[in-house]
Design a protein around this ligand. Sequence first.
Ligand code: SF4
Length: 335
Amino acid sequence: MKEASYYEKKEAKTVQCRLCPRNCVIKPGQRGDCRVRKNQEGVLYSMVYGKPSAINADPIEKKPQFHFLPGTLAYSIGTAGCNLHCDFCQNWEMSQSAPEDISSYEMSPAKVVEEALRNKCSSIAYTYNDPVVFFEYAIDTAKLAKKKGLKNIFVMNGFISPEPLKEACRHMDGFHVDLKGFRDKFYREVCHAWLAPVLESLKILQKEKAWFEMINLLIPGYNDSSQEVTEMCAWIVENLGTGYPLHFSRFFPFYKMHDADITPMSTLSKSAEIARKAGLDYVYVGNVMGEEANTMCPGCGDLLIRRSSFFEVLENRLKQGKCPGCGQKIQGVWR
Ligand code: SF4
């Protein structure tokens, strides 16, 4: 086990974790809400350091990151545990488990970097469960990866305290933030957390000039009203600007959520239209078989990157991060 980075020692060997807004007060022998941070004799430890439960070389488009080294592979790792408990979680076997309940590999940060290079990946993605709960492992790996010329991506829910997020900004080259809805009620009842810290994290990323993309899973009857999507897009434009990509994703019943239908295509299209009308430059619809997900130039409307629904880049016309037609700079992390 590795000593945790952000916590305070209290009386009687109790500790308070400061990594995420839950600020768990943890007595000796107990764990935080995420199940992977344990107080042992007054010292808080990460129980998942060097113990990934999932490892894959994924297309970067699968994260989804569309403006980050398109067509490359991201060596992706995740562990047990999460600080959110979404009823619709797609990775619940990992995220809602304690480390002893699922199998894991022994993999030091150096080994992760070595394997990423061996698998011809251009980056390492900290993903699957929320990397906030394996923060120390992700940061140590990112530091080594950077020295070897690899980029790093933090695929997170944004439910993280400001100080660790600013530290992550110093070591990560990109973030992916899951903005699960735009109503605090939805966050409380369905994700068992709350919205304000997620919005604060997005503002911090923008202020720190970090690169990030956002995803919004549209769940029929829960977070997909035109009013909610309109308010969310207006908030993004006002607080973050128009240049960060927003992905709308299709919901499929999963885990504890079986009372909602698959998101209709019409809802996805309507939401994308609302986002474009609000002024967002890069709007995508994902998790839909057979549909291309292309990047168009916000300046002249030309096709820049053509992708299949299977995460393949079919064509990339960008020239040094610019549109070859009108010269418009396209925001993102390019080669
Ligand atoms: S990271 Fe885990 S232990 Fe720390 S405050 Fe969040 S839920 Fe609690």
